[in-house]
Design a protein around this ligand. Structure first.
Ligand code: NI
Length: 160
């Protein structure tokens, strides 16, 4: 019997402030592109972290969920909760959009969990907007050809 692959997701919440501004642009240009998002404000973010792996025959689990909780809290939640995202060095030269927050969270977690285990980071800015990030830059040609459903793939896909 082949080993089962499962995707386990754990949810976290944190609150952070931000505003959108590109330093190299004029005030007019920032206003034109970002409008009221140039005004500092906050969000109650939700972060869904999904790990992928074989279901361990003994434990019945993909990952020790207590370990996952500890890592995400240490790496992401404690860093950004009640923080000004614009002041974080990770957002230097990078507008703290939900997209970039997902990328930053991915990078922090991938360093601890490894890209073979970390499958997806989903950041909700509010109930109407979320961004998914699965690492990497431009999609690889073979990923597109296979489509989004990667069940049964023989080898982990390459990531950048
Ligand atoms: Ni905002």
């Amino acid at each position: 019997m082949p080993e089962a692959i499962a995707y386990s997701t754990r949810r976290f919440t944190f609150s952070a402030g931000h505003h959108y501004r590109v330093a190299a642009w004029s005030e007019d240009e920032n206003q034109r592109v970002f409008g009221r998002l140039t005004v500092p404000h906050g969000h109650n973010y939700t972060l869904d972290v999904t790990v992928r792996g074989r279901v361990d025959r003994a434990t019945g689990m993909v990952i020790d969920l207590a370990e996952l909780k500890r890592i995400v809290n240490e790496c992401v939640v404690e860093r950004f909760d009640h923080a000004d995202l614009n002041a974080d060095p990770l957002f230097r030269g990078r507008v703290p959009t939900t997209e970039n927050l997902a990328i930053v969270a991915w990078d922090l977690l991938a360093a601890k969990l490894g890209v073979e285990r970390l499958w997806q980071v989903r950041v909700w800015e509010d109930a109407t907007l979320f961004v998914d990030y699965r690492g990497g830059g431009e999609p690889q040609a073979d990923e597109w050809a296979r489509g989004d459903d990667r069940r049964g793939e023989a080898t982990p896909r390459a990531r950048r």
